[in-house]
Design a protein around this ligand. Structure first.
Ligand code: SF4
Ligand code: SF4
Length: 200
Protein backbone atom coordinates (compact mmCIF):
# COMPACT_ATOMS: atom_id res chain seq x y z
CA UNK A 1 0.00 0.00 0.00
CA UNK A 2 1.09 3.60 -0.59
CA UNK A 3 0.32 6.72 1.32
CA UNK A 4 0.25 10.13 -0.34
CA UNK A 5 0.77 13.22 1.74
CA UNK A 6 0.37 16.85 0.69
CA UNK A 7 3.63 18.75 0.30
CA UNK A 8 3.95 21.84 2.49
CA UNK A 9 1.50 24.51 1.39
CA UNK A 10 4.29 27.04 0.74
CA UNK A 11 6.07 24.51 -1.43
CA UNK A 12 2.99 23.87 -3.56
CA UNK A 13 2.31 27.60 -3.89
CA UNK A 14 5.89 28.16 -5.04
CA UNK A 15 5.20 25.78 -7.95
CA UNK A 16 2.01 27.54 -9.01
CA UNK A 17 2.55 30.01 -11.81
CA UNK A 18 -0.46 31.58 -13.56
CA UNK A 19 -3.59 29.49 -14.01
CA UNK A 20 -3.78 25.84 -13.00
CA UNK A 21 -5.80 22.81 -13.99
CA UNK A 22 -6.11 20.39 -11.07
CA UNK A 23 -6.34 16.59 -11.13
CA UNK A 24 -7.24 14.53 -8.04
CA UNK A 25 -6.88 10.74 -8.04
CA UNK A 26 -9.13 9.23 -5.40
CA UNK A 27 -10.05 5.87 -6.75
CA UNK A 28 -7.33 3.40 -5.87
CA UNK A 29 -7.69 1.30 -2.76
CA UNK A 30 -3.93 0.74 -2.67
CA UNK A 31 -3.27 4.46 -2.12
CA UNK A 32 -4.31 6.60 0.83
CA UNK A 33 -5.29 10.04 -0.51
CA UNK A 34 -5.43 13.17 1.73
CA UNK A 35 -8.87 14.14 0.46
CA UNK A 36 -9.84 16.86 2.98
CA UNK A 37 -6.53 18.72 2.95
CA UNK A 38 -6.47 18.67 -0.86
CA UNK A 39 -10.02 20.00 -1.04
CA UNK A 40 -9.33 22.87 1.38
CA UNK A 41 -6.19 23.87 -0.48
CA UNK A 42 -7.97 23.78 -3.84
CA UNK A 43 -10.84 25.92 -2.52
CA UNK A 44 -8.33 28.61 -1.61
CA UNK A 45 -6.76 28.50 -5.07
CA UNK A 46 -10.21 28.63 -6.72
CA UNK A 47 -11.22 31.63 -4.58
CA UNK A 48 -8.18 33.46 -5.94
CA UNK A 49 -9.40 32.77 -9.50
CA UNK A 50 -6.37 30.65 -10.34
CA UNK A 51 -8.16 27.42 -11.30
CA UNK A 52 -9.40 26.72 -14.85
CA UNK A 53 -10.92 23.37 -13.90
CA UNK A 54 -10.76 20.36 -11.58
CA UNK A 55 -10.90 16.70 -12.59
CA UNK A 56 -11.48 14.25 -9.73
CA UNK A 57 -11.34 10.67 -10.84
CA UNK A 58 -9.88 7.22 -10.17
CA UNK A 59 -6.91 5.29 -11.52
CA UNK A 60 -5.15 8.14 -13.29
CA UNK A 61 -2.29 5.64 -13.68
CA UNK A 62 -4.30 3.93 -16.44
CA UNK A 63 -2.94 5.73 -19.55
CA UNK A 64 -5.77 4.79 -21.93
CA UNK A 65 -8.58 5.91 -19.60
CA UNK A 66 -6.64 8.97 -18.57
CA UNK A 67 -6.20 10.15 -22.17
CA UNK A 68 -9.97 10.01 -22.73
CA UNK A 69 -10.66 11.90 -19.51
CA UNK A 70 -8.06 14.54 -20.24
CA UNK A 71 -9.43 15.13 -23.72
CA UNK A 72 -12.87 15.88 -22.22
CA UNK A 73 -11.18 18.71 -20.31
CA UNK A 74 -8.95 19.84 -23.17
CA UNK A 75 -10.22 23.46 -23.20
CA UNK A 76 -9.64 23.90 -19.45
CA UNK A 77 -6.19 22.33 -19.75
CA UNK A 78 -5.26 24.57 -22.68
CA UNK A 79 -6.45 27.62 -20.70
CA UNK A 80 -4.11 26.69 -17.84
CA UNK A 81 -0.39 27.44 -17.60
CA UNK A 82 0.23 24.23 -15.68
CA UNK A 83 -1.39 21.07 -14.37
CA UNK A 84 -1.21 20.37 -10.63
CA UNK A 85 -1.72 16.75 -9.63
CA UNK A 86 -2.80 15.31 -6.31
CA UNK A 87 -1.90 11.62 -6.59
CA UNK A 88 0.91 9.14 -6.08
CA UNK A 89 4.05 9.41 -8.22
CA UNK A 90 2.81 6.97 -10.85
CA UNK A 91 -0.29 9.08 -11.53
CA UNK A 92 1.80 12.24 -12.01
CA UNK A 93 4.11 10.41 -14.43
CA UNK A 94 1.16 9.10 -16.45
CA UNK A 95 -0.27 12.60 -16.98
CA UNK A 96 3.17 14.06 -17.63
CA UNK A 97 3.82 11.44 -20.36
CA UNK A 98 0.63 12.45 -22.15
CA UNK A 99 0.76 16.24 -21.65
CA UNK A 100 4.40 16.41 -22.67
CA UNK A 101 4.28 20.08 -23.70
CA UNK A 102 2.69 21.21 -20.42
CA UNK A 103 4.24 21.99 -17.06
CA UNK A 104 2.98 19.17 -14.82
CA UNK A 105 3.60 19.34 -11.06
CA UNK A 106 3.14 16.98 -8.13
CA UNK A 107 1.37 18.36 -5.04
CA UNK A 108 1.97 15.19 -3.00
CA UNK A 109 4.82 13.05 -1.75
CA UNK A 110 4.45 9.28 -1.90
CA UNK A 111 5.43 7.00 0.98
CA UNK A 112 5.50 3.22 1.11
CA UNK A 113 3.50 1.13 3.54
CA UNK A 114 3.91 -2.63 3.73
CA UNK A 115 1.31 -4.60 1.86
CA UNK A 116 -0.27 -4.86 -1.56
CA UNK A 117 0.53 -2.27 -4.22
CA UNK A 118 -1.12 -1.30 -7.49
CA UNK A 119 -0.58 -3.68 -10.40
CA UNK A 120 -1.06 -1.48 -13.47
CA UNK A 121 1.76 -2.66 -15.78
CA UNK A 122 3.65 0.44 -16.90
CA UNK A 123 7.12 1.22 -18.21
CA UNK A 124 7.65 3.69 -15.38
CA UNK A 125 7.22 3.37 -11.64
CA UNK A 126 7.36 5.17 -8.30
CA UNK A 127 9.76 3.96 -5.64
CA UNK A 128 7.71 5.64 -2.87
CA UNK A 129 10.71 7.70 -1.77
CA UNK A 130 8.73 10.10 0.45
CA UNK A 131 9.94 13.35 -1.14
CA UNK A 132 8.82 13.48 -4.73
CA UNK A 133 11.37 14.84 -7.22
CA UNK A 134 9.03 15.00 -10.21
CA UNK A 135 8.72 18.80 -9.99
CA UNK A 136 12.40 19.25 -10.71
CA UNK A 137 12.77 16.39 -13.18
CA UNK A 138 10.01 17.20 -15.67
CA UNK A 139 7.67 14.48 -14.38
CA UNK A 140 10.16 11.63 -14.91
CA UNK A 141 11.10 9.78 -11.72
CA UNK A 142 14.91 9.81 -11.28
CA UNK A 143 14.75 6.93 -8.80
CA UNK A 144 13.20 4.50 -11.25
CA UNK A 145 14.26 5.94 -14.65
CA UNK A 146 17.97 5.95 -13.72
CA UNK A 147 19.70 2.62 -13.01
CA UNK A 148 21.61 4.20 -10.13
CA UNK A 149 18.61 6.20 -8.83
CA UNK A 150 20.68 9.37 -9.06
CA UNK A 151 18.84 12.49 -7.97
CA UNK A 152 21.46 15.10 -8.85
CA UNK A 153 22.06 14.52 -12.55
CA UNK A 154 23.70 12.18 -15.03
CA UNK A 155 26.58 9.92 -14.01
CA UNK A 156 28.44 10.65 -17.24
CA UNK A 157 28.59 7.06 -18.42
CA UNK A 158 25.81 7.01 -21.00
CA UNK A 159 26.68 6.14 -24.60
CA UNK A 160 24.53 7.31 -27.51
CA UNK A 161 21.74 8.05 -25.06
CA UNK A 162 21.77 4.53 -23.57
CA UNK A 163 22.39 3.75 -19.89
CA UNK A 164 25.88 2.42 -19.07
CA UNK A 165 24.38 -0.12 -16.62
CA UNK A 166 21.66 -1.41 -18.94
CA UNK A 167 22.09 -0.69 -22.65
CA UNK A 168 18.50 -1.79 -23.27
CA UNK A 169 17.25 1.35 -21.58
CA UNK A 170 17.57 5.03 -22.39
CA UNK A 171 19.57 7.11 -19.91
CA UNK A 172 16.94 8.47 -17.54
CA UNK A 173 18.77 11.74 -17.05
CA UNK A 174 18.97 12.38 -20.81
CA UNK A 175 15.20 11.88 -20.90
CA UNK A 176 14.80 14.31 -18.00
CA UNK A 177 16.97 16.90 -19.77
CA UNK A 178 14.99 16.59 -23.01
CA UNK A 179 11.65 16.89 -21.21
CA UNK A 180 12.73 19.97 -19.25
CA UNK A 181 14.01 21.56 -22.49
CA UNK A 182 10.69 20.77 -24.18
CA UNK A 183 8.65 22.63 -21.55
CA UNK A 184 11.17 25.46 -21.21
CA UNK A 185 12.17 24.55 -17.65
CA UNK A 186 15.90 23.85 -17.91
CA UNK A 187 16.40 26.58 -15.29
CA UNK A 188 15.30 24.12 -12.56
CA UNK A 189 18.55 22.23 -13.08
CA UNK A 190 20.40 25.31 -11.80
CA UNK A 191 18.58 25.09 -8.43
CA UNK A 192 20.43 23.60 -5.44
CA UNK A 193 20.19 19.81 -5.37
CA UNK A 194 17.33 18.47 -3.25
CA UNK A 195 19.25 16.23 -0.85
CA UNK A 196 17.50 12.90 -0.39
CA UNK A 197 16.38 12.13 3.15
CA UNK A 198 16.79 8.38 3.44
CA UNK A 199 14.87 8.37 6.72
CA UNK A 200 11.74 8.77 4.63
S1 SF4 B 1 10.51 10.91 -6.96
FE1 SF4 B 1 9.89 8.96 -7.85
S2 SF4 B 1 9.98 7.53 -6.15
FE2 SF4 B 1 9.93 9.55 -5.24
S3 SF4 B 1 7.71 9.93 -4.83
FE3 SF4 B 1 8.24 10.85 -6.85
S4 SF4 B 1 7.73 9.26 -8.36
FE4 SF4 B 1 7.85 8.25 -6.34
S1 SF4 C 1 23.77 6.29 -17.73
FE1 SF4 C 1 22.02 7.59 -17.15
S2 SF4 C 1 20.39 6.16 -16.43
FE2 SF4 C 1 22.34 5.04 -16.47
S3 SF4 C 1 23.12 5.19 -14.41
FE3 SF4 C 1 24.07 6.88 -15.58
S4 SF4 C 1 22.69 8.64 -15.30
FE4 SF4 C 1 21.56 6.80 -14.62
Amino acid sequence: MLITQLKEKEKILSLVSGKVFIINCQGCKEVHFPEKEAEEFQKELSAEGKVTGILTTDYICNPENMKLRLEKHRKEIDAADMVLIFSCGVGVQTVSEYLEDKKVCAACDTYALPGFQGVTPLEYDCDQCGECYLNITGGICPLTACSKSLVNGQCGGSKDGRCEVDSDMECGWERIYRRLAQVGRLDVLKCPVQIRNYNK
